[in-house]
Design a protein around this ligand. Structure first.
Ligand code: F3S
Length: 386
């Protein structure tokens, strides 16, 4: 890999031993993927916010960074907290490093947004910006909906990029890897965007799908992308005439697609909970909900009362907005619990083994004991819709 003089000097140790190690990590990461150079980044987003007990190596690296007084070189947001104080097990058995981890993240200068929908307010990239983000759902949104450029970086690689301010140029940073590969036709009469994302992730795995035109809302794009990035390794999708790099099919494809697939209503409905199955908890918000999304769902709970525990998980800055709205009080009156945590982490240990129902394809993919339901299925499960 060809480095410029500034990068060479960091690698030689002119900015200290730990900075040199961070640079060496970034260079080796790039070499493994055939990158020819490092490029400066506009921002970073870190996924390592769960202070899990055995996460010792991560904590040690952060301590070394802090010990040399290093801070992130670019605006750097972070993923949600894991519900550390939700119950005894989370606090005393699972997330025992939570407080030290948060102190270390603060010490390296992160923006304490604690949200995976960082792209809504805390860290908003522009079209074409090069980033070093981790968190598959955020990466998916930045690439697909905003037209920024980031690979699906891992925990620690994200930190090394944030500290050095550079990322290797390969994969989704390059035009050649951002072109459409698989054409997706829809034979659907009732859109269920998270289910569509889940089905697509399973079908296309790590290719770039181009969905024929459908007027998805921004919220649908978020929830579809989150599911797709979990059930597959997809980091970029296009929607004909909607997302920025796909004004039309001719522009987004280089010649004919390598494959054409059709997703049907039956494919989507097959994910849904069966009528005979019972759920013990209803969870909305993975990826975390925005205020706008919460308001639309909260309307449906006005003057009603949930019959089983029901959670809304919002990004902290979106919760601040929601609290100022009259529907916030109505939501509490309906018996809903409001959280700013990542529900996937918060509910990973459930001693009562209650089954969850959620409209999140990401939770369905990662967590045991989860049923998928549309928004209406979830409302039926908590007893506010017949
Ligand atoms: Fe976000 Fe946690 Fe879901 S990070 S996408 S709420 S798994």
């Amino acid at each position: 890999m060809k480095l410029d003089p500034e990068q060479e000097s960091i690698l030689k140790g002119d900015n200290g031993r730990v900075m040199a190690m961070a640079m060496e990590t970034v260079v080796k990461y790039g070499e493994a993927f055939g990158a020819k150079r490092l490029v400066p980044i506009k921002s970073a987003h870190l996924a390592g916010t769960f202070g899990i007990g055995p996460y010792r190596a991560y904590i040690q690296v952060l301590r070394q960074i802090v010990s040399e007084g290093l801070r992130v070189k670019v605006p750097t947001t972070v993923n949600p907290k894991p519900g550390y104080d939700l119950n005894f097990i989370n606090k005393h058995i699972v997330f025992t490093n939570q407080q030290s981890l948060e102190q270390l993240l603060t010490a390296i200068g992160i923006t304490p947004n604690y949200s995976c929908v960082c792209y809504e307010k805390a860290n908003v990239p522009s079209f074409g910006d090069r980033l070093a983000w981790a968190e598959s759902s955020a990466v998916q949104f930045a690439n697909s909906v905003l037209g920024a450029r980031t690979n699906r970086n891992s925990i620690l690689i994200d930190v090394c990029c944030a500290i050095t301010g550079f990322t290797p140029e390969f994969g989704y940073l390059l035009d050649a890897h951002r072109r459409g590969q698989i054409l997706v036709k829809l034979n659907i009469n009732k859109m269920d965007a998270p289910a569509l994302g889940y089905v697509l992730g399973r079908k296309v795995v790590d290719k770039v799908p181009v969905i024929e035109h459908y007027p998805f809302t921004r919220i649908e794009l978020k929830n579809m992308g989150g599911s797709m990035a979990a059930s597959g390794g997809v980091a970029l999708f296009h929607v004909e005439g909607l997302t920025p790099e796909a004004p039309d099919m001719k522009t987004v494809f280089d010649g004919p697609p390598m494959e054409t697939i059709t997703v049907t209503q039956e494919d989507l409905d097959a994910l849904r909970i069966r009528k005979s199955e019972m759920s013990g908890i209803v969870i909305f918000g993975c990826p975390q909900m925005t205020c706008e999304e919460t308001l639309a769902i909260a309307e449906r709970f006005v003057n009603k009362r949930v019959e089983i525990p029901t959670w809304f998980c919002l990004a902290p800055d979106e919760l601040t907005l929601f609290k100022a709205h009259y529907l916030y009080g109505k939501t509490l009156d309906a018996g809903i619990t409001i959280s700013q945590d990542c529900p996937l982490a918060a509910f990973s240990m459930r001693l009562n083994r209650k089954r969850i129902i959620t409209p999140s394809g990401k939770m369905l993919y990662y967590l045991k004991g989860v049923n998928y339901g549309t928004e209406d299925d979830c409302l039926r499960a908590c007893g506010v819709l017949q």
